[in-house]
Design a protein around this ligand. Structure first.
Ligand code: COA
Length: 614
C-alpha cells in the first residue's frame, strides 16, 4: 500500500529504487519480518502499541513554535459587548461553564461518544476528554513532556488570567467554598484594575512560550534558577486553563482576522504575549468581541475540543448567567499577580522570542472562506461521501495551483481503539491524479466521461477510510511503529526509512482535517511544512467552510489563489454531477459498482481500482 500511495508522487527512477528497498525489507526472514514480530510482541504488552510512538513523533519531538505550527484554534461567533464589563460578564459565564464541564469529567458522567458518519454506532474511547484540563506540555531540550495531573487534584483549583501580558491567579475555591459566577466576575474586575497599574507591571513572559521548543526549554532553564520564577511557573503549570482577556486588537473584525488573533494573537505588539501557549485549554475573550480558544494539541484532537466548546456555547446561550450577590463568597482575597525576576540575559531572551513570533505572524497567509453554492446535503444526494468529495476537490485545487499532487494528510479518527488518536488518509491517490488531470487538461470538454473518473475515486477513497484508516489498518501508524521499534532495538535505521520516498511521504504539503461543528464556530490551524497548506474544513448542510493557511515566505503557495481554485473546482464538480444525473451516467454507475464489488472482500484499494477498466 505504501508503494501504491507513493508511485505517482515521486519520479519513476526513485520509485524503482524504493520498490527494491521495500521488497528487500519484506523478504521472508528479513528486517521487516523481525520488526513486525517485535511490534506484535509490543501490542501484547500495551493497550495501544502506537500511542506513545505517535505522541512523540507527532508532537513531543517537534521543535517548532506552538503557535501556528501546532496549536489549533476554535473561533467562536463574534460577540457584541457593550463595554469591558460586558466582556467580563461573558468571561465569568464561560468559566462557570468550564467548571460545570470539568465537574462532568471528574464525576465521569460524560456520555460515551459513538461514531457518526462512516461505520456509525461504534463506541469511542473517551480518554482524550480526561486530558482537557489536567495536562501541560513542558518544553524539553530534545523532547517535550506531557504532564498529566491526577483528575480532581486539589492542586488544580485555580485558573490563570492573562491581562495586558500580566498573569494572575484566580482561585476557584476560597475557604473550601467554590466561587460562584458573581465572585468570578468580581475577581476578574479586580484583575483588570490591577493589570492597569503600570508601576507593578511585569515583563511579558508569555512570549517565551511562543518560541521554538528548544529555545523555550533553554530559557526556562535560565528562569528556574530563581525561586520567584520557579514558583510562578509551578502555578501556571498546574492551572485548569488560561483565560486571556484581550484588549481590542485594532484589526478590522472579520473571519480571517479573528482566526489570526486566535492562532498567534497578532504578535507581541498586539495580543501575542497575552498567552501561555503550553497550556492545552486557553480561552480568549477580547473586548472587541473576538473570542475563542487556542489549544496545545498533544492531549486531544479537534473533535473532542469541538464537543467541549459546543457544550460551553450551549451553556452560554441556554443557561442564564447567575449573578445574584446573595450566594457569593463574602471575603474574596485579591487575586495574586505572578511575579518574575528578570536579568539582562532574560530580557534578551524575551526580545529574541518577540522577534521570532513577529516573523511567524508576518509569514502567515490565512484565508477563511465560506463556499455557499452548496453543502453536504447536495453531495449526499449524489450518493457520495461528503468527506471524500471535499478531499477530491482539495486535490483538484492543489493540482490546478501547482500542476502536481503531493503527499496529503487527512486525519482519520481511530478512537474506536483504546487510547486511539488518528491515522492518516492519504488522499493524493493515483485515481485522484487521473481525475484532476482529466478535469484540468480536458476542461473544455467537461463531459459525463469525467464522472466515471470521479465516482470510483470517491467510492475508493471512502472505502480506504472505512476499511483501513479508521479501523486501525492505515499505513502511517504501522510504518511509524516499525521505524520506532527498530530504534528501540538500537538497530541501524532500515533503508526503507532513510529512503528519499519515505522522507517525501512524510512531508505533508497538504495537511487537511475535517472538523465539523453543530453550532456557529470554526476550527483553524497552520501549515505543517514551509511550502505547504493547512486546510481545515467544516461541512454544513448548505455550505462548506474552509480555513486555508500557508506561508507568504513560500513562492509555491498562496491561500487566496488556492481558495479560488477550490471554489471553481467545487462548482465544476457540481456541474459534472448534474450532467451525470441524466440517463447516460449508467457507464459511470457500472464502473462504481465494479469498485464496490471488488473492494467488498477487503482487497487493497489501488489495485482494485485499476480493475475498473478506466
Ligand atoms: N451516500 C450518501 N451519504 C453518504 C455516503 C454516500 N455514499 N457516504 C457517506 N454519507 C453520509 C454519512 O452517512 C454521513 O451522514 P450523517 O451526516 O447523517 O452522519 C455523512 O454523509 C458524512 O459522512 P462522510 O462525509 O463520509 O464522512 P464521515 O463523517 O464519516 O467522516 C472522517 C470521515 C474520516 C472525517 C471521520 O471518520 C473522522 O475520522 N473524523 C475525525 C477527524 C479528526 O479527527 N479531525 C480532527 C483532527 S484534529
Amino acid at each position: 500500500m505504501y508503494l501504491n500511495c507513493m508511485k505517482h508522487l515521486v519520479k519513476e527512477e526513485q520509485y524503482q529504487k524504493t520498490k527494491a528497498i521495500v521488497v528487500k525489507f519484506g523478504e521472508p526472514g528479513g528486517t521487516g519480518e523481525l520488526l513486525q514480530k517485535k511490534l506484535l510482541e509490543r501490542s501484547e504488552k500495551t493497550y495501544n502499541w502506537v500511542y506513545d510512538y505517535w505522541l512523540e513523533d507527532m508532537y513531543l519531538n517537534q521543535r517548532l513554535a506552538l503557535p501556528v505550527n501546532s496549536n489549533p484554534a476554535m473561533v467562536f461567533p463574534k460577540q457584541n459587548f457593550k463595554d469591558r464589563k460586558d466582556s467580563l460578564r461573558f468571561a465569568a459565564h464561560l468559566i462557570t461553564g468550564v467548571l460545570e464541564y470539568k465537574e462532568r469529567i471528574d464525576t465521569r458522567v460524560l456520555p460515551v461518544d459513538f461514531a457518526r458518519g462512516q461505520l456509525a454506532g461504534t463506541p469511542l474511547c473517551m480518554k482524550q476528554y480526561y486530558r482537557l484540563f489536567n495536562t501541560y506540555r513542558l518544553p524539553g531540550h530534545k523532547r517535550d513532556t506531557l504532564i498529566i495531573h491526577k483528575p480532581g487534584s486539589t492542586e488544580q483549583e485555580h485558573i490563570i488570567v492573562a491581562c495586558k501580558n500580566q498573569f494572575f491567579v484566580l482561585d476557584l475555591v476560597v475557604n473550601k467554598k467554590k466561587l460562584k459566577e458573581m465572585d468570578i466576575l468580581t475577581q476578574l474586575e479586580k484583575i483588570v484594575k490591577m493589570a492597569e497599574n503600570s508601576e507593578e507591571r511585569q515583563p511579558p513572559f508569555g512570549l517565551l512560550t511562543s518560541d521554538g521548543r528548544t529555545e523555550w526549554a533553554q530559557a526556562r532553564e535560565v528562569l528556574i534558577k530563581d525561586s520567584v520564577n520557579r514558583e510562578s511557573l509551578a502555578v501556571i503549570e498546574k492551572c485548569l486553563c488560561v483565560l486571556c482577556l484581550d484588549n481590542p486588537s485594532g484589526m478590522e473584525v472579520g473571519d480571517t482576522s479573528r482566526a489570526l488573533l486566535m492562532l498567534h494573537g497578532g504578535g507581541h505588539e498586539k495580543m501575542g504575549a497575552n498567552r501561555w501557549y503550553d497550556k492545552p485549554m486557553q480561552f480568549i475573550v477580547g473586548e472587541d468581541g473576538v473570542c475563542g480558544t487556542v489549544c496545545e494539541h498533544s492531549p486531544f484532537e479537534g473533535i473532542v475540543l469541538v464537543a467541549c466548546t459546543e457544550y460551553l456555547m450551549k451553556f452560554m446561550t441556554g443557561s442564564p448567567s447567575k449573578m445574584g450577590r446573595a450566594t457569593s463568597v463574602s471575603e474574596l482575597p485579591t487575586p495574586a499577580r505572578l511575579l518574575w525576576k528578570t536579568t539582562p540575559h532574560i530580557q534578551d531572551l524575551l526580545k529574541a522570542s518577540a522577534e521570532r513570533l513577529q516573523r511567524l505572524v508576518r509569514d502567515l497567509d490565512m484565508d477563511v472562506h465560506k463556499f455557499e453554492v452548496y453543502g453536504k446535503e447536495f453531495i449526499k444526494k449524489q450518493k457520495m461521501s461528503p468527506d471524500a468529495y471535499i478531499q477530491v476537490a482539495l486535490q483538484l485545487a492543489f493540482y490546478r495551483c501547482n500542476g502536481r499532487l503531493v503527499s496529503t494528510y487527512e486525519s482519520a479518527s481511530i478512537r474506536r481503539f483504546h487510547e486511539g488518536r488518528v491515522d492518516n488518509i492519504r488522499s493524493a491517490t493515483s485515481e485522484a491524479l487521473a481525475f484532476v488531470k482529466a478535469m484540468t487538461d480536458e476542461k473544455a470538454s467537461l463531459s459525463v466521461s469525467h464522472f466515471s473518473y470521479l465516482v470510483p475515486q470517491i467510492l475508493g477513497y471512502s472505502h480506504y477510510t472505512v476499511h483501513h484508516a479508521i479501523t486501525g489498518l492505515g499505513i502511517d501508524n504501522h510504518l511509524l511503529g516499525l521505524r520506532e521499534i527498530a530504534q528501540e532495538l538500537k538497530m541501524e535505521r532500515p533503508e526503507i526509512f532513510t529512503d528519499e520516498t519515505y522522507v517525501a511521504s512524510n512531508q505533508f504539503i497538504l495537511s487537511t482535517s475535517q472538523v465539523p461543528t453543530t453550532v456557529e464556530m470554526f476550527c483553524c490551524y497552520g501549515p505543517v511544512v514551509p511550502n505547504g497548506y493547512g486546510c481545515c474544513y467544516n461541512p454544513q448542510s448548505d455550505h462548506l467552510l474552509f480555513s486555508v493557511t500557508s506561508f507568504h515566505g513560500s513562492t509555491e503557495t498562496c491561500s487566496a489563489v488556492f481558495i479560488k481554485a477550490l471554489d471553481e473546482g467545487l462548482v465544476e464538480m457540481r456541474d459534472l454531477c448534474r450532467k451525470s444525473n441524466k440517463p447516460q451516467s449508467s457507464a459511470a454507475l457500472a464502473a462504481s459498482k465494479a469498485v464496490v464489488n471488488n473492494q467488498g472482500a477487503g482487497s487493497k484499494l489501488p489495485s482494485t481500482l485499476q480493475k475498473t477498466g478506466k
